[in-house]
Design a protein around this ligand. Structure first.
Ligand code: 5GP
Length: 186
């Protein structure tokens, strides 16, 4: 049987993970990006079913009870979960499936998935000072939120030792190439 492979990518907020993943998929359109379910409100421009499946907490709880999630976690005040069926169907079709999830989800997947078909990748900023600059430039968050995200980032970076690969997103093009190389060699 043609077995697929699961790639989990985690990174602190503001590290550029979403842009990296977007560039990676442009380079290799055969990669399937899993669409998560969240209780967070959609941001401007986000589309239900493309960026996330947006749902209410009661529905999310029902999905937890019905074992519909491969993993789920509470991240920055909202719930997020990965659909077990979508991922398993893709893997069974022999596809490369990519999950863009937080470290808690990554650890759950690590416990549940066969190591031979799983690769965990952590993306980190060159330094906390540079991350702070990027969060400030992005202008999405208030000062208090930035301080909180920096403190969380520090804790998240400490968890990166449990990942198979750590990519430093200093030069964007180099980081995309590294990601592409890892995905095409495992
Ligand atoms: P955002 O709301 O900014 O899109 O995502 C916030 C955080 O939630 C990011 O770290 C993102 O990787 C994480 N996240 C998104 N989807 C999932 C998911 O299905 N499971 C888990 N555990 N984290 C997720």
């Amino acid at each position: 049987m043609n077995t697929g492979h699961l790639y989990v990518i985690s990174a602190p907020s503001g590290t550029g993970k979403t842009s990296l993943v977007k560039a990676l998929i442009e380079k290799d359109p055969s990669i399937r990006l899993s669409v998560s379910t969240t209780t967070r409100e959609p941001r401007l421009g986000e589309v239900n079913g493309r960026d996330y499946f947006f749902t209410k907490k009661e529905q999310f709880d029902r999905q937890i009870n019905d074992n519909e999630f491969l993993e789920w976690a509470f991240v920055y005040g909202n719930y997020y979960g990965t659909s077990a069926t979508l991922v398993k169907n893709s893997i069974n079709r022999g596809e490369k499936v990519l999950l863009e999830i937080d470290w808690q989800g990554a650890f759950q997947i690590k416990q549940r998935f066969d190591r031979g078909m799983l690769t965990l990748i952590f993306i980190r900023p060159p330094s906390l000072a540079i991350l702070k600059e990027r969060l400030q430039k992005r202008g999405q968050d208030k000062i208090g939120v930035i301080t909180e995200r920096l403190a969380t980032a520090k804790e998240e970076i400490a968890k990166s030792v449990n990942f198979d690969y750590v990519i430093i997103n200093d030069d964007f093009e180099i980081a995309v190439s590294e990601l592409y190389r890892i995905i095409n060699s495992s």
